[in-house]
Design a protein around this ligand. Structure first.
Ligand code: KG4
Ligand code: ZN
Length: 334
């Protein structure tokens, strides 16, 4: 089954053709990062307009790179939430138009399920059940993936997402956007134990996250130093902040996996591209006898191949939509 998938929930206009869930025939990503950089973050209105400008070309490229025509496509899939409403609407409208014109099924996909499914593309032998940490610019979840279509949220953030904290800290340190890669580059030159930033455990089991406190602690640290006329060591601040976030993300993931009794864990989302996070989780997983899967860097950040993969399993579960499909900006996972 060949699915043409579209992703436009944030600042990447993406389209891919995926065969039978994991065979990626094309994966086109048109990123808007250079434009949003000027504003220090994603400007929703600009994102929507750029998606409109780029979507047809990106879809055409996905087809031509796969050496296929619309006749070869069996179904169209699209991210319908969560994300920026205007941005999502562009992808949803495009996919609806294609499904209608081609008279083929339309498969609605949850963005976070897409991120999780990137693991199946990367490691075709990797199968549920497993516990997955999904950390991106908009979300920080720990999800129990019981089978291909059964997801249970074990933990989530009470305020900021991990990626959002990276982006904000990067901005106050003057390191630019997107913050994750910039902060982690700066952190390589610093001492992760120079400053102790708070680690917060929320919720009944203590598995939920809160990243607004650590972000505020970094801002306060910088303001205090400024008021005293002291120069801060940016690399130490970046390294200590990254250490605090990685510490919390990795320990909550391992604790959740142990609680669920699974023998496999996975990473997903843009923050899963973080080198220290990968290394730390690998270390902790080994100690507990857990095997670990994570997608390659290009499948961690937003892309449409992961949406095509999730769509394949959703379709097998009877999940299709009609032309009344709408964008759902705060779509929940379970
Ligand atoms: O999944 P994604 O591409 O988009 C969303 O769905 O949000 O994730 C983007 C987020 C941004 O906040 C970015 O700063 C973060 O992922 N990110 C990283 C790294 N690379 C990207 N965070 C930490 N370390 C990285 N190396
Ligand atoms: Zn994402």
């Amino acid at each position: 089954m060949k699915i043409l998938a579209i992703e436009s929930s944030c600042d990447e206009t993406a389209a891919a053709v995926v065969e039978n869930g994991t065979n990626v025939l094309s994966n086109i990503i048109n990123t808007q990062i250079e434009t949003h950089k000027r504003y220090g973050g994603v400007v929703p209105e600009i994102a929507s307009r750029l998606h409109i400008e780029n979507i047809n070309q990106v879809v055409a490229l996905a087809l031509s790179e796969a050496k296929l025509t619309f006749d070869d496509i069996d179904a169209f899939a699209v991210t319908y939430g969560p994300g920026l409403v205007g941005a999502l609407l562009v992808g949803v409208s495009a996919a609806k138009g294609l499904a209608f014109a081609q008279n083929k099924p339309l498969i609605p996909v949850h963005h976070i399920k897409g991120h999780i499914c990137a693991n199946y593309i990367e490691n075709p032998d990797f199968k549920p059940p497993f516990v997955c940490l999904v950390a991106s610019g908009g979300h920080s979840h720990i999800v129990y993936v019981k089978d291909y279509n059964t997801y249970e949220v074990l933990a989530k953030t009470c305020d900021d997402a991990a990626g959002e904290a990276f982006d904000k800290v990067s901005r106050v340190l003057g390191l630019g956007y997107p913050g994750g890669p910039a902060v982690s580059r700066e952190a390589e030159k610093g001492n992760p134990n120079a400053i102790h930033f708070p680690r917060v455990n929320m919720g009944e089991d203590g598995f939920d996250f809160s990243f607004s406190g650590v972000k505020t602690a970094v801002i306060n640290y910088i303001h205090n130093a400024e008021q005293k006329g002291e120069e801060i060591n940016k690399a130490d601040v970046a390294a200590s902040f990254q250490e605090a976030v990685v510490d919390v993300l990795s320990s909550h993931l391992i604790d959740c996996a142990v609680k669920c009794g699974v023998d496999k864990i996975a990473l997903a989302g843009g923050v899963a591209a973080n080198k220290l996070l990968r290394e730390r989780i690998e270390e902790k997983a080994k100690k507990k006898g857990l095997s670990l899967s994570y997608p390659s860097l290009s499948l961690c950040t937003d892309n449409a191949a992961m949406i095509g993969c999730a769509a394949y399993f959703a379709f097998g579960n009877g999940e299709t939509a009609d032309l009344s499909l709408n964008a759902v900006p705060s779509l929940s996972l379970d």
